[in-house]
Design a protein around this ligand. Structure first.
Ligand SMILES: Nc1ncnc2c1ncn2[C@@H]1O[C@H](COP(=O)(O)OP(=O)(O)OP(=O)(O)O)[C@@H](O)[C@H]1O
Length: 504
């Protein structure tokens, strides 16, 4: 299969807003792929090479561009092979050698293919929204239920191997994916509920738990071997020795726990999210101790619990880590649930999670089985650019341009701007980060690759002809950056519109 076929499909997918049309286009190209091409083609279409980031930035790549090839001859396998070689090129003198390899690859590409390759290599084609579409496209191409593909993707965390299994071995091959100790699986997520009462009446028998304002962790233990992963499935075991020790001391042989971790201040209140996240960095301040609060068990002593109902998983949690369970209540009446929400907020947390006790653990799409109840309106938006500040902020990129995710997989849709809530430290940090992501500039503004997600607190939204989505944020202020989220996980324009006041 020619790379040009993949590029054309990728362009067609971006050009249409119809989810159905996207799925059809992706499924069509996947069904045509030869067995060896399925993995790399899926990877390119999902915007993430199998080899991961290559560590060469946009500026270097753009400079390398040789005269384009007059016609398309590069195959999907050629590119995949070149990226394998590139990944294997390390050590002394490798910078130059890598640049040569890239220049050779680009020299065989047409102008359109060069554009595609650069965007692929800097991660610009990776959009979270595409994952859901890809899952459905793989299901359509392989003629298997989307649920089977979604489960395999949750367990493997990788679309290319999921696609290969579906297309080569169908349902049987997909069913062979299992939870593997030491390999992270994609976490289950929640949907917003309008009110606590709505969530309680929709879900029936529930567990109501504090929604802690920390960072998600997934911990795997096999004997003495412990691994800790973040929400994005990045391994951080080396940075969190206190969590490793604690999990090693639990009364079990093997376990996979899902939970939240945070640092507490002297009064037992949560410290700011940034401080917790900073512990996941290499040079972290170890004096800031992290506490784990577990809310789920996915495996215990040789038994996978993913397909078991939540009440069974919570029983297992009580057996293995009762002291480290997130505060919560099983089957509370509405008064007790409301009191728990008040307690959670009074303790400095975000609200509560309401979870159906009969639900299995299912990652991938945000489901209704877990619902979050938070009194403050927040949106996770993508930074599209920023304007240079004035006065005290001269020399800093300040007023942020904010975009909501396009659920159809297109570029983010601008919904507003804000410079409120930015501390001096954040201004300095964002100026540096945004400049390194610049794609174009005018006299006031630096426009950036849409990679950073920022959590915005707001009073609401209003109809606005000024913005392309027809809605604008009201009184928006920055709460914090969300390094644990990809733009694919930002809130969508539909979620923004759902906040419009209901008329009549
Ligand atoms: N008791 C809990 N059960 C499940 N998740 C919890 C709990 N307490 C805190 N969390 C956090 O809430 C997240 C689930 O909520 P959601 O799916 O809305 O993710 P989110 O978008 O990160 O949430 P938000 O942006 O509102 O913090 C989890 O990823 C986890 O980090």
């Amino acid at each position: 299969m020619l790379l040009a076929d993949v590029v054309a499909t990728s362009e067609a997918v971006t050009a249409t807003r119809s989810r159905k049309a996207k799925i059809e286009a992706l499924a069509a190209v996947l069904s045509r792929a030869a067995p060896a091409e399925v993995e790399p083609a899926t990877a390119f279409l999902a915007g993430e090479p199998r080899q991961g980031r290559i560590g060469t930035g946009w500026a270097t790549l753009a400079k390398l561009r040789p005269t384009p090839a007059p016609s398309a001859t590069l195959t999907v396998e050629d590119v995949d092979h070149a990226l394998d070689v590139l990944r294997g090129t390390t050590g002394t003198g490798s910078t130059q050698r890598r640049q040569q390899l890239l220049a050779d690859l680009f020299g065989q590409a047409t102008a359109t293919e060069q554009d595609f390759l650069i965007r692929l290599l800097i991660g610009e084609l990776r959009q979270g929204a595409l994952e859901g579409v890809m899952v459905d496209a793989i299901a359509a191409a392989a003629n298997v239920p989307a649920e089977a593909v979604r489960r395999a993707f949750m367990l493997s965390g990788r679309l290319p191997v999921t696609a290969a299994a579906a297309l080569h071995g169908g349902r049987t091959a997909l069913a062979t994916f299992h939870l593997e100790l030491g390999r992270p699986l994609r976490p289950m997520l929640a949907s917003p509920a309008d009110t606590l009462d709505d969530a309680l009446s929709e879900l029936g028998d529930v567990s109501v738990e504090y929604k802690l304002d920390g960072a998600r962790i997934q911990v795997h233990r096999n004997g003495d071997d412990v691994h800790v992963f973040t929400r994005k499935l990045r391994e951080v075991t080396g940075s969190v020795p206190e969590l490793v020790d604690l999990v090693r001391g639990l009364p079990c042989e093997s376990v996979v726990l899902d939970g939240e971790t945070l640092a507490l201040d002297d009064n037992g209140r949560p410290r700011p999210f940034q401080e917790t996240m900073s512990r996941f960095g290499a040079a972290s301040a170890h004096e800031l101790l992290l506490h784990p609060y577990f809310f789920d068990v996915l495996h215990l002593n040789g038994e996978d619990l993913l397909g078991e109902p939540l009440h069974t998983r919570l029983d297992a949690l009580l057996r293995v880590a009762e002291e480290h369970r997130v505060p919560g209540l099983l089957r509370p009446n509405p008064t007790a649930a409301a009191a728990l929400l008040d307690d959670s907020l009074a303790a400095g947390h975000e609200g509560v999670m309401v979870k159906a006790l009969d639900s299995i653990y299912a990652a991938g799409r945000r489901g209704r089985a877990w619902q979050k109840v938070k009194p403050v309106h927040t949106l996770d938006l993508v930074v599209l650019g920023a304007e240079w500040g004035h006065g005290r902020r001269t020399g800093f990129l300040s007023n942020l341009h904010l975009g909501a995710r396009d659920p159809a997989g297109g570029p983010p849709i601008m919904v507003g701007k804000t410079f409120k809530g930015l501390t001096d430290e954040l201004l300095e940090w964002q100026t540096r980060e945004l400049r390194s992501r610049a794609v174009s500039r005018d006299s006031h503004t630096v426009y950036v690759r849409p990679e950073l997600v920022v959590e915005i607190e707001l009073d609401g939204v209003q109809v606005s002809p000024r913005y392309p989505g027809g809605v604008a944020l009201r009184f928006a202020r920055v709460l914090r950056y969300r390094p644990d989220k990809d733009p694919a996980e930002a809130d969508s324009i539909d979620q923004v519109k759902a906040m419009l006041p209901r008329s009549g």
